[in-house]
Design a protein around this ligand. Structure first.
Ligand SMILES: Nc1ncnc2c1ncn2[C@@H]1O[C@H](COP(=O)(O)OP(=O)(O)OP(=O)(O)O)[C@@H](O)[C@H]1O
Length: 292
């Protein structure tokens, strides 16, 4: 395989030229409880079990402030679901956590384990279609400096039977699963997944949700962005509502419903979305996977 024909690292695009981690890996932990409802906590509340602590992260593009003060923590073995309106900064935050974008301020603290601490699935993963799944995984393994057993990596997402199929012959859902598999190369303790099941049919959406849940149950910490509140309800331990550049609330789906007196997660989440003009209901129609 010559260099031109090799698969690329297009799953980790770098759209502003910055590719450094940019955090100081020293997010302070104050020993308080992990996450909970409340927008005015004034900082992350990392506890001993936390695998990921984001503390006071800010990020602008030019003079447009996208993230102003984002803080939250996530425990090992849990799924944290980042939700928020289009353009609220979910992808920006995930890229900061994955080390693909440097924050202007604040820090991201990750577990200190191995070479590959974070695995990342981009919103629109792109692989070279002419290579097989096994070839592609080996290539990414080489890039990450780790040995890859393609069969074992593919088994994490249920694709081991098609290791020798060309990536271009995969369905959309299988491609997304393959992207998740790629993110697990090197077995990073934290997985950052940008809309892993958007645009998939209900059965595949459910399957992707199960895969994500299993990856967390095996001890990883998963941070995912999604508009599908049905998926959040099924697999999420924590809902992080991002709006106005900050986490407006961090709580378990049930707690969020209870605290807002809502029957549905959609209604509960919308209580924390300010929208334009402060109308809490104005964004109600923007959520996919409605659970009502
Ligand atoms: N590289 C960039 N340069 C300039 N502006 C950017 C860049 N990346 C993101 N933005 C802007 O930052 C804002 C947040 O974008 P982002 O993609 O993070 O939102 P999002 O919540 O993931 O949206 P969606 O739900 O539609 O995927 C948008 O206004 C977007 O135009």
């Amino acid at each position: 395989m010559n260099d031109e024909d090799r698969p690329t690292t297009e799953t980790v695009p770098d759209d502003d030229g910055s590719n450094e981690r940019g955090d100081d890996e020293s997010g302070e932990r104050d020993g308080e409880e992990t996450v909970g409802p409340g927008a005015d906590d004034g900082g992350a509340r990392g506890a001993d079990g936390d695998a990921l602590v984001v503390d006071g992260v800010a990020r602008s593009f030019g003079d447009v402030s996208v993230l102003s003060d984002v803080s939250f923590a996530a425990e090992r073995g849990t799924v944290a679901c980042l939700v928020g309106p289009n353009g609220s900064g979910k992808t920006t935050l995930l890229r900061v956590v994955a080390g693909l974008l440097a924050p202007d301020a604040g820090s991201v603290s990750l577990p200190d384990s191995g070479d590959r601490t974070v695995g990342y699935l981009a919103q629109t993963p792109a692989f070279r279609p002419q290579f097989t799944l096994a070839e592609t995984l080996r290539f990414y393994g080489d890039l990450a400096g780790v040995d890859v057993d393609p069969g074992a990596v593919l088994a994490r997402v249920g694709l081991e039977a098609v290791a020798d199929r060309r990536v271009g012959a995969l369905s959309g859902g299988m491609t997304r699963l393959f992207g998740i598999a790629q993110a697990t190369i090197g077995d990073p303790p934290v997985l950052v997944l940008d809309e892993p099941s958007s645009g998939l049919d209900p059965t595949m959406t459910e399957h992707v949700g199960s895969v994500v849940r299993d990856l967390a149950d095996e001890g990883r910490t998963v941070l995912l962005a999604t508009h599908e509140l049905g998926t959040v309800d099924r697999v999420g331990d924590t809902v992080l509502v991002l709006d106005d550049g900050a986490i407006q609330v961090a709580a378990a789906p049930d707690a969020l419903r209870r605290e807002t007196g809502s029957e549905t997660l959609t209604h509960a989440v919308n209580q924390y979305i300010h929208g334009e003009g402060g109308d809490l209901t104005v964004r109600a129609g923007t959520w996919e996977g409605d659970d009502e």
